[in-house]
Unconditional design. Structure first.
Length: 164
């Protein structure tokens, strides 16, 4: 299909699905990027990209791809599938860090440039300070997809602790 219709993103997306089944995740991500370049609103490519990152155990990038899928999904037709992928990634992140000590968590956070950049963002700092005094305010901030993504990453990394 790629040779017959090189401008159609479905061919690249379908080939990415085949690469995922073959555990060729970097090739799948390349094809997803090509499909997204052809049609930035093609949600299936974002979902396949998220699946590839999940397969690589790069849960943070998986969540990023899900956030991009949410932004591209104007009709909200794929909301359930996007949320399922996000939950899978978050669950995997939690279980991978379940038995860490406080020291191990701090060391891992210091080595993660993405978490450090979120922590140093002035907007995120003010949101986190506000959340300490008014936890209900966090729910309001979660309506913004970018803020929601950052907060989910902080929760998954262990910076924000919930339910303990």
């Amino acid at each position: 299909m790629i040779k017959r219709a090189p401008e159609d993103p479905r061919g690249y997306s379908n080939r990415a699905a085949a690469f995922i089944k073959l555990l060729e995740f970097p090739s799948a991500i390349d094809d997803c990027d090509k499909a997204i370049k052809k049609d930035p609103k093609f949600v299936r490519a974002y979902l396949r990209k998220a699946q590839a990152y999940f397969g690589m155990r790069d849960y943070s990038k998986c969540l990023d791809a899900c956030t991009e899928a949410t932004e591209a999904d104007e009709t909200k037709a794929n909301t359930r599938e996007i949320e399922q992928q996000q939950q899978k990634a978050l669950s995997a992140m939690y279980s991978a860090r379940e038995n860490e000590t406080e020291e191990q968590t701090k060391e891992r956070i210091q080595r993660d440039p993405e978490i450090l950049s979120i922590m140093q963002d002035p907007v995120m700092q003010s949101i986190l300070q506000q959340a300490q005094t008014d936890p209900a305010a966090l729910q309001e901030h979660m309506k913004n997809p970018a803020i929601r993504s950052n907060i989910q990453k902080l929760i998954a990394s262990g910076v924000i602790r919930v339910g303990r």
